[in-house]
Design a protein around this ligand. Structure first.
Ligand SMILES: [Zn+2]
Length: 450
């Protein structure tokens, strides 16, 4: 059933009609290995230790690759890569919405607006972070958060969702929340408020205390009703659909595939890929209600971590299912271990790590002599924060190594990343692409009668 629906994307793709509704999903740091590990893990926990349980987008009729390099480096970062996707221009690292000469370039939000479409951005990290920022801001540094936030309020966006501004208050300047209100943004908090909202110019934020991102999928408690990316996409599409009869452009970012990959935290990363999949499925559900009117593109800005399905130490053998014993993200383990109570002496830390990861307790996760020596050495670090950090990182690294997962970097890599396309205009994503081509193809799809 789902397969035939997914394949119908190919049939409609051959139509010359332009899509009315365009979804662009960006898995930050999501290379083919991130997607494949998520799929292999899901197969493993279902009892298939050999194959893959595909995400919805892996089954899209069009799958290709895109290069990601920026103007100044082979290995890009999210601001330059986001700028290429948003504006079609290569940028230097760290700048948003500017080409290499420093000129502001129109982005997909501007181009969609110029055609009367509604526009929205959603992310699992803060609304002023590099990837969403590339779709409204023009600044030379991605870290100018107050300026970026101010440009968000000055943008023509109808919907902006994610974690709150990182720097709403800057000395001597008006609060971004006041500016947002004055510029017509209705700021709402939490899932119920978002579901009840019908009118655009919405800033949708999580309920509860301000955090720099939505929680990792892995750290969500059962029955947790906090906002997830799928909510932002579903409700965003609903609000945007009412905002214009000419359709919409909605970009949604899974920002923490990158964060988990920087930490080489495989299990947390997998949860973020599956959360992205749930969000893509919301776009597919929307497409089912709007036959022959939707284009869905899923891609990444770059790969993070140099992830490999296979590791030197385990040769040809893998057991990704071992990751199921990890019940907390590395970040959450680190936060717990950094707290002053309980006193993290050797036995307390060992038993906590065993509880959170299965290390030293579960079959396949036995500790050998060098593992124990490494753990003991880490426990001897005097500074509590550094000890917590090193312990949590060591535990996730050990787990990855025992499962047959390789990480070569704590930074980004230059490997091309996948592009998945479905629906009207999907067949334009063909052959080896550059990230600037993705902008070009989507921008062209905005102009009916081309
Ligand atoms: Zn990154």
């Amino acid at each position: 059933m789902i397969f035939s629906f997914l394949l119908s994307g190919l049939l409609s793709a051959s139509s010359a009609k332009a899509p009315k509704y365009v979804f662009l999903f960006v898995g930050d740091g999501m290379g083919l290995a991130q997607v494949s590990l998520a799929e292999a893990y899901r197969a493993s926990v279902q009892g298939d230790s050999v194959g893959f349980w595909p995400t919805s987008f892996s089954r899209f009729p069009v799958v290709t690759v895109t290069t990601t390099h920026c103007a100044t480096r082979r290995i890009t970062e999210s601001a330059a890569a986001g700028t290429a996707l948003a504006t079609g221009h290569k940028a230097g690292e760290g700048s948003l919405g500017l080409d290499t000469s420093g000129t502001s370039r129109p982005n997909l939000v501007d181009l969609a607006k110029a055609r009367g479409m509604a526009t929205g951005l959603a992310t699992t990290v803060s609304v002023d972070h590099a990837t969403p920022g590339a779709f409204y801001a023009h600044v030379s540094s991605r870290n100018e958060f107050h300026r970026i936030g101010k440009q968000a309020t000055a943008s023509k966006l109808d919907f902006l969702a994610g974690a709150p501004f990182l720097a709403p208050d800057s000395a001597g300047l008006p609060s971004l929340w006041d500016i947002a209100k004055d510029s017509g943004f209705g700021t709402i908090h939490g899932r119920a408020a978002l579901a009840a909202r019908t009118l655009p110019r919405v800033m949708a934020l999580p309920a509860g205390p301000a955090r720099s991102a939505l929680p990792y999928a892995l750290d969500r408690a059962k029955g947790d009703t906090s906002l997830v990316l799928a909510d932002l996409v579903r409700e965003g599409a609903r609000i945007l659909e009412r905002a214009s009869h000419k359709g919409f452009f909605l970009m949604a970012e899974a920002g923490k595939v990158d964060w988990a990959s920087h930490r080489n935290d495989a299990r947390a990363m997998i949860g973020e890929v599956w959360d992205l999949d749930s969000a893509v499925q919301e776009a597919l559900a929307f497409a089912k209600r709007h036959p022959k009117e939707v284009l869905i593109v899923v891609t990444a800005d770059h790969e993070t971590g140099g992830l490999a399905l296979g590791a030197g130490r385990t040769g040809y053998w893998t057991d990704f299912g071992l990751l199921r014993h990890q019940t907390l993200s590395q970040e959450a383990m680190e936060d717990s271990l950094a707290r002053p109570t309980p006193a993290w002496d050797g036995p307390a830390a060992f038993s906590a790590l065993a509880r959170w990861t299965g290390l030293g307790e579960r079959k396949g996760l036995e500790l050998d002599g060098s593992d124990s020596a490494n753990l003991r050495e880490t426990l001897a670090i005097a500074k509590p924060k550094l000890r917590a950090q090193t312990l949590a990182a060591l535990a996730t690294r050990m787990l990855a190594a025992k499962a047959g997962i390789g990480w070569t970097s704590g930074a980004h890599t230059a490997i091309p990343v996948p592009v998945y396309a479905w629906g009207i205009g999907a067949d334009a994503f063909q052959g080896r692409l550059d990230n600037t081509d993705i902008h070009r193809i989507i921008a062209r799809s905005f102009s009916p009668g081309k």
